[in-house]
Structures are given as structure tokens and as C-alpha cells.
Design a protein around this ligand. Structure first.
Ligand SMILES: C[S@@+](CC[C@H](N)C(=O)[O-])C[C@H]1O[C@@H](n2cnc3c(N)ncnc32)[C@H](O)[C@@H]1O
Length: 210
């Protein structure tokens, strides 16, 4: 659905609008008030179903959604406001720039990349985030020691390629991820949709090493 501008302030209270886009932010700039609380980052958060479910289950943690589409960003900001979630912020930005250049290092306890664009055409494969070693390295650097990185996709070739790339990487270790544990890990909006269509969803749970 096209984005319809609304007569509302910019940025909305839960939107993160960096004071400077060309230096790394501090934890206090991302989560003012309680920068020391555990932090989770949802990369490509879409309409925020997963982010908001997690944030309401874990008020003791901070949650940041990163999303490039303005309409989705504003929706997450509005919905989190309506739900009274003081632990949510949302950043309108491209994921790789946010992770590689803007967000603090050793900052997140958990990062999530859930149903990213699969780039199915052969000529576009190098755009797959999970298959780019430099992207994986920057997610590693974003995480605190022992932090975790979660990836899900309904696109089998993407999953297989990500597994292959990870075999040559020594800075993440693969963890068990029991299927169907909705308490631990709520379904995302896209996941619900794909599962209803009968698609198979695959996931990787990785722990930072070193
Ligand atoms: C298939 S949707 C998944 C949304 C959500 N994670 C879910 O599972 O319901 C992918 C989302 O990632 C966003 N997105 C895709 N590429 C992105 C990028 N490079 N940086 C930021 N957001 C991106 C899209 O706009 C879209 O909202």
C-alpha cells in the first residue's frame, strides 16, 4: 500500500534521527535514558510485528528496528507509542550502512535479520546480506561478547548459500535453535504469511566468537 503522509511531527518520538549521520553513535544516543539495558536490533523490521512482540515481552531490554521504508518506520513508531512501549526505537536507514558505519561497536546483545530480500536472480546474488563476509564481520562487531545473531528465510537457495558461507567463517559458532518455540522467538509478520502459504522456513542462530 503506498505511503500516505500524515500530518504528524517528524521525527516521531520513537524515531531515531541521528544528530550526525557520518560518525558512530553512542549507546546513549541510540537509547537515551537507559543505554546500559540489554539491546536487540531488528534489521529490516518491516511493520514491526516481531519487534513489538519482543519489546512487550521484555520491557527490561531496549529494541531498535532498522528499516528503509518510511511508511513502515512510521507505523512501528506509531504502534509502539500506542502500545506504550518505552523500550522501542526505529531508524529509517539501509541495514549495511547502519551496521557498518552508524551503530556503536560491541553494542547489541542480539541482532535479527528476518526474511531479508532473497535476491533470487543469479546476477543479484552478491546483494544477499548473509552471503557477504564483510557484512557478517560487521554484525560480529556490532554484538557484545557472546552476543547472538538470528537469521530466518523462506528461500531455500539463500539459506543453503548462507550455510556454505558460514562454513568458512570462524567468528560465529552455530547454535541449536529448537523449532516452534514462540515464547522464545515470536513469529514475524512475513513468517506468518509464508507459513500460511505452506512454505518452509529455515533459521540460523549464531553466537559471536572472539
Ligand atoms: C520481507 S520483509 C520482512 C520484514 C520483517 N522482518 C518480517 O519478517 O516480517 C523485508 C523488510 O526488509 C526491508 N529491507 C530490505 N532491504 C533492506 C535494507 N537493505 N535495509 C533496510 N531495510 C531493508 C524491507 O523494506 C522490508 O520491510
Amino acid at each position: 500500500m503506498p505511503f500516505k503522509p500524515k500530518n504528524e511531527p517528524f521525527p516521531l518520538p520513537r524515531e531515531l534521527y541521528p544528530p550526525d549521520w557520518f560518525r558512530r553513535l553512542t549507546a546513549a544516543e541510540v537509547f537515551p535514558g537507559r543505554p546500559e539495558a540489554p539491546a536487540e536490533i531488528d534489521l529490516g523490521c518491516g511493520d514491526g510485528g516481531f519487534l513489538l512482540a519482543m519489546a512487550s515481552r521484555h520491557p527490561e531490554r531496549n529494541f531498535l528496528g532498522v528499516e528503509r521504508l518510511l511508511g513502515r518506520v512510521r507505523k512501528v513508531a506509531r504502534e509502539s507509542g500506542k502500545a506504550g512501549l518505552a523500550n522501542v526505537r526505529v531508524l529509517r536507514l539501509e541495514t549495511t550502512y547502519a551496521v557498518e558505519w552508524l551503530l556503536p561497536r560491541a553494542f547489541a546483545d542480539r541482532a535479527h535479520l528476518l526474511f531479508p530480500d532473497p535476491w533470487p536472480k543469479k546476477k543479484h546474488r552478491r546483494k544477499r546480506l548473509m552471503c557477504r563476509r564483510e557484512f557478517l564481520r560487521s554484525v560480529h562487531d556490532l554484538l557484545k561478547p557472546g552476543g547472538e545473531f538470528f537469521f530466518k528465510t523462506d528461500h531455500e537457495p539463500y539459506f543453503e548459500e548462507a550455510e556454505e558461507v558460514l562454513e568458512s567463517i570462524d567468528f560465529f559458532e552455530r547454535m541449536a535453535w529448537p523449532a516452534g518455540d514462540r515464547e522464545f522467538y515470536p513469529e514475524t509478520d512475513f513468517e506468518r504469511h509464508w507459513l500460511a502459504e505452506g512454505r518452509r522456513v529455515r533459521g540460523l542462530r549464531l553466537r559471536k566468537m572472539g
